[in-house]
Design a protein around this ligand. Sequence first.
Ligand SMILES: [Zn+2]
Length: 502
Amino acid sequence: MATSTEATPYTIVIGLEVHVQLLTETKLFCGCRNRFGDPPNTNVCPICLGMPGVLPVMNQKAFQLALRAAVALNCQIARFTKWDRKNYYYPDLPKNYQISQYDLPFSHDGYLEIPTADGGTKRVGIIRVHLEEDAGKLLHAERGGKSQVDLNRAGTPLLEIVTKPDMNSPAEARTFLEELRLLLRYLEVSDCNMQEGSLRCDANINLHVQHNGQTVATPIVEVKNMNSFKAVEAAMAYEARRQYEEWLRTGAKLGEVPKETRGWDENRAVTVSQRRKEEASDYRYFPEPDLVPVVVSEQMLQEVRSQIGEFPAQRRLRLAAEYGIPEYDARVIVELGKAFADYFEQFARGLENPKNASNWMLQDVQRTLNAKGWTIEQFPVRPEKLADLVSRIERREINTHAAREVFAEMIESGRDPGAIIAERGLTMVSDEQQLKAIVDQVLDENPKVLEDFKKKKGKKRKQVAGFVRGLIMRQTKGRADAALVERLVNEALVARTGVPLE
Ligand SMILES: [Zn+2]
């Protein structure tokens, strides 16, 4: 696949290593609460503090969520899987080892299909998905140079997802992450909130350079410290350029350069060399003696499979097909989350034309959610009530203008649209004789309008008709049937002035 528009003689090769925190009540090997934002060191016990003599016990729910993610990522599930100790020293790791999975991860060899720019899909291979415990967090003082340790996160369940180096552009890496996040949120495996650190991502990147008819690979660089999907894309673009320039300068000596870890510096928009990349042997992995291996039964797998609902990619297709809405609408609705899409479906079922539901969801409802800072779960109007309102537009009982007024009150008071319409007298005026009389009255009272209509031409003349429609709407307090008003106004103007509409 071509990677650059300037016909650069190289292909970018990117693999990702993604860590996501699982949505469990408790930690992976103890009963402490797994919750973000609590006061430091309040969710800790002898087990997650790494006291001597304690024994870990595996959290079944965490393993189930991990299985759910791996099955959804089309992975092979190992029937026998074990735990290993990964040994290293760091102040946020009180045991001096992390319980992880090394040679027998619970799943391997899967893939995730991601959308491509040309409207197709591409498979990104998954090498392995394994479960491990998270470390604590260091809180660095802004001044004074002191750091403190918060161990609330120590021992919380973490899923590590390692992809094959199948992504060939910074944009593809970003798309993969977006698609993965959407999937894991749909599965309710993780909230994937990058700000809170529940999704973290490192990337391995190098170039395959065409040189004298041969393909030469530049050394793989691991890039860390990317705190947003945008940062991943920017860091990959920077790193590809940097590696190519480096290759032009020192190409001949490439083979001798060791693997390197670089950190993304968001402010300077550059990657900075950190240290030599560790090899697996540096961690002295060995089997965890305090935990029994896990045997995954057919029954366990069946149960997990039955918990998996529809995937986002399938739902996009189904919404477009089943409701006849544009693919664009279906995509945006699905991307706004499972609850948003659920709301849409309940709403759309109550309408004659589901396109009205997607219009309302993506305009009025979205605007309200953004303005109030609500999620769709917090939105006070239930989908059946909103369908009740919008179906009244479809039945020509009220017009869109009045419906917006009713909508605003429904949000405030939660009352039924029928009651609000009756109380405020918002029923649509669609009696032709009644409206015709109002049109005549307005034109009688505004003779200048007729002069203008005659004098002006084209678009300007049409604007005069628009002005008259506004007067009618004001007269009827916004309740008139807009399409009928338009026809009656046009007919009256043409009849009275003897000039055509344009
Ligand atoms: Zn604990």
